[in-house]
Design a binder for this molecule. Structure first.
Ligand code: ADP
Ligand code: MG
Length: 272
């Protein structure tokens, strides 16, 4: 069964200007998919459609085999966690702990499990020392970490991230992304990550390139990134390791492109 199945999805905010222009997409259960694309290509709009915050003007959305309608939306939302682009809109509690607890309370998690889940998930995003802090006093990156912890705590079947680590420093990004990949591998949670971080996209199983409301390309990251002319045309960046390995190749230091630093270093060491 697909986690998400989209058929010919169309959407417009004003009923005139098309924003999504016939998107068909399958996201297999348990997969890690990265969606990349220029600002304005429709990524956030797509995320909002997926949880029924917006209604498509045409086409169908199926989540875990169930068609998304006004009636099924509440039930579907129980299985889908989403972290939006701007963490400010997602804060309700007066402390970080309250905030992480909020979703758990809504999911009727027993009180005796609550504290453990709050701590476990705060630790996953490096916010264990901030449980009593006021969310409003946190930096943008810390707010993003807390928003992610709150969603992770609910362990939904499908996790959607909309540029959810955009305000983190590179190290913070890598560490939070590693936690998310771990959940994907160990708990088989389906991940859909909208990102500008090509190093993250490089580590996904599947990559989708959106451009002007259409799926422009999709496939394994190594295949999508291989089309450098397309990436250049769409003004999309390449993963750091790929840029580095391309430069190294010119000097004969490595003989193949690498998508991750680990792969690149292995290559360098092997040839040395
Ligand atoms: N609430 C809105 N009302 C009208 N137009 C919108 C709204 N949100 C986004 N748009 C427009 O829809 C298009 C896609 O936006 P969006 O989905 O936010 O793209 P992305 O997330 O890829 O940057 C853009 O042209 C944007 O200006
Ligand atoms: Mg967006």
């Amino acid at each position: 069964m697909e986690a998400i199945h989209l058929e010919n999805l169309e959407f417009s905010y004003d009923g005139e200007t098309p924003v999504l222009k016939g998107i068909s997409l399958d996201i297999p259960k348990g997969s890690y998919t990265a969606i990349v694309g220029h600002n304005g290509s429709g990524k956030s709009t797509l995320a909002k459609l997926l949880i029924g915050l917006l209604e498509p003007s045409k086409g169908t959305i199926e989540v875990l085999g169930q068609k998304l309608t006004e009636q099924s939306a509440p039930e579907i939302r129980d299985h889908v966690g989403i972290v939006f682009q701007n963490p400010d809109n997602q804060f309700i509690g007066s402390t970080v702990a309250d905030d992480i607890a909020f979703g758990l309370e809504n999911h009727c998690v027993p009180t005796e499990d609550m504290q453990r889940l709050i701590e476990e998930n705060a630790a996953k995003v490096g916010m264990l020392d901030y449980l009593n802090a006021e969310p409003t006093n946190l930096s943008g990156g810390q707010k993003q970490r807390v928003a992610i912890a709150g969603i992770l705590a609910m362990s939904p079947d499908i996790l959607i991230f909309d540029e959810s680590t955009s305000m983190l420093d590179p190290q913070g990004k890598a560490s939070v992304n590693a936690q998310i990949r771990k959940l994907n591998k160990e708990k088989n949670i389906t991940i859909l990550s909208i990102t500008h971080d090509m190093d993250e996209a490089a580590q996904a199983e599947h990559m989708v390139v959106l451009e002007k409301g259409k799926v422009f390309a999709q496939g394994r990251p190594e295949d999508v990134f291989e089309d450098e002319a397309m990436m250049k045309k769409l003004k999309l960046d390449l993963p750091f390791a790929l840029k580095a390995s391309n430069a190294f190749r010119k000097y004969g230091l490595v003989d193949k492109p690498s998508l991750t630093l680990d792969a690149l270093m292995e290559d360098v060491c092997r040839l040395k």
